[in-house]
Design a protein around this ligand. Structure first.
Ligand SMILES: *Cc1c(COP(=O)(O)O)cnc(C)c1O
Length: 393
């Protein structure tokens, strides 16, 4: 029997109480010390894109750890240069700044915007963001979202952000003026409740950006890096951003993020304008390049697309037979189940039944499994959800 004892914690209690401890992970499963096995559809909050301890990532990290860990960005890092080139070759971007997290990639993108308009037009100082958005926990990121859950008690926040309804063309049109510098949007909102922007809305955003000389900044920290079945989810709308924040899945668990930008928007990011001690460090770059190599493969992305459609179909079936499910939504392998009863309660029941999920806003149970799941994993998850919901009443 595993004893649960309440011991004094020296960690700031920002995450509340946690009792589940994992000691090992392999593929799509996590294991406790006593060998209890959990199917991981939380994926470390959409991070473990290649599952746990992917053999190729283990090998590359071991190899790099025996050669070089860290030099700082005072010295040229050839692999970092190569990684940036590889990212640019596969995306809209021509310039990259490496970070250690999503919020830092957002911060960098905001500085790209500020520095651009500082050179081009000082009147452009407002950034449009959307209801339900989540961009991270730093001050600029908190300022960009209007969600009291995250920003309560941290005022004053930064000015210059205008928060408007999501997926609402009229509201967007009405909020644009001569001071609009940029639009910052998640193509699929994650924390806010797995709400995809319609492809039509994304195209409209792009159109207005072009027409009104506005920079388009996409936050693909959660929905990017293969999760949608394309390397970046905006590719579904056939649009190109000026700036993009990427993190989470890019390192499959190794802390890594990046701000991608086109050459136009990044003209202000000259010598001395930004920095990061660790950003793009040799360990992170070694892992990131390997993750990119695997995930950007067309065959891999096709597989993600196929399995995500399979999972979607099965979830829709559950929706039709379970009164408890109000709606299934999302895209690719970023899916949400909106339930009648409390999402956290149900997520805890699923956990008891050995399926890990993550609650999100709007009473959503979020599924963000590793991109390597197969039908067997999908069926196993569906079965646990089905059984759990049956026993809820
Ligand atoms: C997680 C997340 C962030 C913040 O990333 P961190 O690595 O936690 O700083 C920003 N934007 C989106 C859309 C996210 O999901």
């Amino acid at each position: 029997m595993e004893m649960k004892t309440k011991t004094k914690s020296y960690i700031m209690p920002t995450y509340g109480e946690r009792d589940l401890v994992f000691s090992r992970g392999q593929g799509c499963y996590l294991y406790t010390q006593s060998g209890k096995k959990y199917l991981d559809f939380a994926g470390g909050i959409a991070v473990n894109s290649l599952g746990h301890c992917h053999p190729k990532l283990v090998t590359i990290l071991k190899q790099q750890s025996e050669k070089l860990w860290h030099t700082s960005n005072l010295y040229k890092n050839k692999n970092q240069e190569l990684f940036a080139k590889e990212l640019c070759n596969k995306t809209f971007a021509q310039k990259v700044f490496f970070t250690n997290s999503g919020a830092e990639a957002i911060e960098c993108g905001l500085k790209v915007i500020k520095s651009y308009w500082n050179l081009k037009n000082k009147n452009k100082k407002n950034i449009i963001t959307f209801h339900g958005a989540f961009h991270g926990r730093t001050f600029a990121a908190l300022s960009a979202q209007k969600n009291k859950k995250y920003s309560d008690g941290f005022t004053p926040l930064l000015s210059g952000f205008k928060n408007i309804p999501f997926n609402d063309k009229k509201a967007l049109e009405n909020s644009i003026n001569k001071e609009t510098a940029a639009i910052l949007i998640e193509p699929i909102q994650g924390e806010g409740g797995i709400r995809p922007a319609s492809l039509e809305f994304l195209r409209y955003v792009k159109k207005l950006c072009k027409k009104n000389d506005i920079l388009l900044f996409l936050d693909e920290v959660q929905c990017g890096f293969g999760r949608s079945g394309k390397l970046y989810s905006h590719e579904w709308a056939k649009i190109k951003p000026d700036i993009l924040a990427t993190a989470k899945g890019i390192g499959s668990g190794f802390p890594l993020g990046a701000c991608l930008a086109n050459s136009k928007s990044s003209i202000g990011m000259t010598k001395g304008k930004h920095g990061s001690t660790y950003g793009g460090n040799p360990l992170a770059v070694a892992v990131g390049r390997q993750v990119l190599r695997i995930i950007s493969d067309k065959k891999f992305l096709k597989k993600v697309d196929i399995i995500s459609r399979y999972l979607w179909k099965k979830l829709k079936k559950l929706e039709s037979i379970h009164d408890e499910i109000i709606e299934v939504r999302g895209a690719g392998l970023l899916l949400g189940i909106k339930t009648k009863q409390n999402n956290i309660m149900i997520s805890n029941r699923l956990k008891k039944n050995k399926l890990l999920t993550v609650p999100a806003g709007d009473n959503i149970i979020r599924l963000a499994p590793p991109l390597i799941i197969n039908k067997k994993h999908a069926d196993e998850a569906i079965n646990i959800i089905d059984q759990t919901l049956k026993k809820l009443k």
